[in-house]
Design a binder for this molecule. Structure first.
Ligand SMILES: Cc1cc2nc3c(=O)[nH]c(=O)nc-3n(C[C@H](O)[C@H](O)[C@H](O)COP(=O)(O)O)c2cc1C
Length: 371
């Protein structure tokens, strides 16, 4: 198969600082609840899970939301980077991706805030025992949902600790060799809960106007930027809207992006919702891409879009129409680790197979069609 004369937009490279990805597809961060020792250590599962998507041709793979502290875990199975023992384990994942694939690898750093202290995803029907639970913190003493733990309102000492924990996590992430770091400032987790008026009821400098609600996320960003190498980019995932009349609207999402941009953020990863336990409407199609497009145009910062991306045609359209700079694919990558290679094949683009797999190029997945 020979490639078309022009490189499809999906397969054009893209640079942020000194990181260049060789195509526009990103594996979206996805929690896997599979740390081995129930204390954050990634395992061979993570090498295989992230490594196979990188072999599958993805330009950039993101780890799941990786917790910056033990108390910041969603569940006892969460991956973490809050202890030096986690560096070696993550380095194994990163080294595989760097030595065996053409993909870059990023880490998403987070703290679950009032969404912490839950059973792992496939055991949600069995609540944690009293002795498995831990104390949780949030901007305001308001539980996430009716069955959630009651968080303690964070004081200045807690705030200082969270900033410190993000900084130490970033230093460890650099030692592990990650190419890009993403702050999880979406989906109602700690930073996002500060940003949303639905979760932040504070009356001090960290609550009130959007600018004040952004104070902690921006302090975290500044502190992390100061220890993260100059040549490596930083992203932030946000909930651009809360899907609630009393919550953040897209104008707020644009403002969040502007504030992050002024602080020196390189790219915004535009998601939405999940800030309260009221589920966002089930929306077909590229329902979040309009938010990415508006933020990209109005805040003038590169964006990633995410949500229901399933085909090369969609990704080519998003990139060609400048609705986003990168396209995150989540469920599509669970369905098919070789999502990018198969999408290339679909559109007749000659993406080089790994050195070990040249024979895959002559495989005919549709034998009923004569070649
Ligand atoms: C199993 C699973 C785990 C997820 N965990 C995270 C996460 O750790 N961090 C995050 O920002 N989003 C997380 N998400 C959201 C995805 O990154 C993505 O935004 C969402 O699935 C929509 O994209 P898709 O339609 O391509 O799946 C998760 C989604 C799934 C399905």
């Amino acid at each position: 198969m020979s490639g078309p004369a022009e490189t499809p937009p999906m397969f054009t490279p893209f640079s942020l600082r000194e990181m260049t990805v060789n195509n526009r597809v990103v594996m979206s961060p996805m929690c896997m609840y599979s740390a081995d020792d129930l204390d954050g250590t990634p395992t061979n599962f993570h090498v295989v899970h992230l490594g196979s998507r990188a072999m599958g041709g993805t330009g950039l793979v993101f780890t799941e939301m990786t917790q910056i502290s033990r108390e910041g875990r969603i569940s006892p199975g969460d991956a973490g980077i809050y202890d030096d023992k986690h560096i070696t384990a993550w380095k194994k994942v990163v080294d595989f991706v760097h030595s065996r694939t053409n993909s870059k690898i990023g880490i998403q750093l987070g703290h679950a805030g009032r969404k912490a202290c839950e059973p792992i995803a496939w055991k949600r029907d069995t609540p944690l025992n009293q002795d498995q639970k831990w104390k949780i913190v949030a901007p305001s003493p308001q539980p996430f949902g009716p069955n959630s733990e009651m968080p303690r309102e964070m004081n200045q000492t807690d705030i200082a600790k969270v900033i410190d924990d993000f900084v130490n996590a970033a230093k460890r992430a650099n030692l592990a060799g990650f190419d890009i770091l993403e702050l999880h400032a979406g989906h109602g987790y700690l930073l996002s809960s500060f940003m949303s008026p639905l979760a932040n009821k504070r009356t001090d400098a960290y609550g009130g106007s959007l600018k004040q609600r952004m104070k902690l996320p921006l302090e975290v960003f500044d502190a992390v930027r100061s220890v993260w190498p100059e040549e490596k980019p930083i992203s932030a995932r946000i909930s651009a809207i809360d899907w609630d009349d009393n919550g953040n609207k897209i104008e707020d999402g644009v403002k969040m992006a502007q504030l992050f941009k002024e602080a020196g953020l390189d790219i915004i990863d535009v998601s939405s919702g999940n800030v309260t336990n009221v589920r966002r409407p089930v929306t077909p199609g590229l329902f979040q891409t309009p938010f990415s497009e508006q933020i990209r145009n109005e805040a003038g910062i590169p964006t990633m879009t995410v949500g229901n991306l399933a085909t090369a045609e969609q990704i080519n359209g998003v990139i060609a129409e400048k609705r986003a700079d990168l396209c995150c694919v989540g469920k599509g990558h669970l369905f098919d680790p070789y999502f990018v290679r198969h999408a290339a094949r679909e559109i007749g683009y000659d993406l080089k197979w790994p050195d070990q797999y040249p024979a895959a190029k002559v495989f005919n997945p549709k034998p009923e069609i004569m070649r």
